[in-house]
Structures are given as structure tokens and as C-alpha cells.
Design a protein around this ligand. Sequence first.
Ligand code: DX5
Ligand code: ZN
Length: 220
Amino acid sequence: MKSYLSPSILSADFGNLTKSIKAAEEAGAAYIHFDMMDGTFVPNISFGAPVIKAVRKDIKSFFDVHMMVEEPGRYITDVKNAGADGITVHQEACLHLDRTLNQIKEAGLKAGVALNPATPISTLDCVLPMLDLVLIMTVNPGFGGQKFIPYTLDKIRDLRKKADSLGLQLNIGVDGGVTLDNIAAIRDAGANFFIAGSAVFKPEDKIAENVRAFNRILEG
Ligand code: DX5
Ligand code: ZN
């Protein structure tokens, strides 16, 4: 399967958001990852739909919105209207996951589910065929710049094996602690969608260089 980089703007300079995203887009980032946080599901607050809307008008890349909020179904219409192309919700944050995924699909968006490091992949068995993406959290969500948790590699391997055995062309994403040094090993485990925040947006004057370096590995 083709591999994709999706830079997470959580580590970008929020005072120059459009400029930073544009630098990533022009260097070859076809996806941009937006981390919405509510301060309840995760111990941090980032931004909501208005910020996504503010940058949408200048950026063409696919907007991939990772909702780290309790009961995200309440905000799907807002996030769609802000310009999202795909929404990923957390299994742990949805009491009625099937309903929430149907809401995303009925809104005409790509649907993904994220799993915290300690949540088993078997929790998605019933909904796997309706998903465009499973996002394996490779850190505990809430903050950028954390260290990759090694045992999550086994989850990626198991999920790819399961998807293959079901004949599903599933996108498997990884989010947290992805760097130029570990991305090849993560891809070998079976992931094909790579979220990277600090490794792309820091330092600010190296955004384009960082995106190209990731894409060289993914295209090589
Ligand atoms: C963490 C977020 C990530 C974060 C990744 O909760 O979901 O998308 O921005 O940041 P890095 O790549 O710095 O670990
Ligand atoms: Zn994320």
C-alpha cells in the first residue's frame, strides 16, 4: 500500500499557522493532521472547528481531523463545515461508536478510529469493514514531543495481519513519537499513514526540509 505523511500542526507556531502549513503543503504534504482536544478526554486543550476553518481557505491538502474529545458525535457537523475531509474519533471516547461512525460517513467524510496504546485492536472487530483508517496511538494522547511506545509495534503487526486475512485494504496510521529514525521500522510493521508533529514543524525554518526527508524515506 502507498505510504503517506500527515504533519500534525500541534507542534506548529499557532501565531503563523497558515504560513507553517503552507510550507509543509508546498514541500509535498498531501495530508494535514489537526489535533482537537477538549481538556476532558485528554489533559490538554488545543483548538476547535474555528481554527480549522480559518486555515482551510488557503490550503488544498486533505484535512485529517483527530478528535481527542468526549462524545465527538456532538461536533461532527461543525468540523465538517469547517472544512474537514476525514474525521478520526477515539474508540474510548464513544459510547455508541457505530452510530458516530455512521454520522461521519453520512456527512460524506472518511472515517477513522484511534486506539490508545493500552486499548486492544480486538475492540474494533465489529466495525473494521466500515473504516477508512485505524490510528494506532504510539504515545498517550494529549501532547506533542513524547517518546514512541515500543509495544505498539506489535499492535500494528497484528492489525495488518487481521486486515489482510479479511481482505481489507485498511489504512493503518501511527501517531506519536514518529521520527526520521524510526519511521522505516514502523512501516515494516505494517503502517502506511504517518502522523508527525515535532519532527516536521520543529524547528520552524526546517519545515520544508523535514517534509522532504520523510517523503524520501516513504517513497524510497
Ligand atoms: C498527540 C497527538 C499527535 C501529536 C504528535 O496526542 O495526537 O498528533 O501532535 O506529535 P509528535 O509527532 O511530536 O509526537
Ligand atoms: Zn493526532
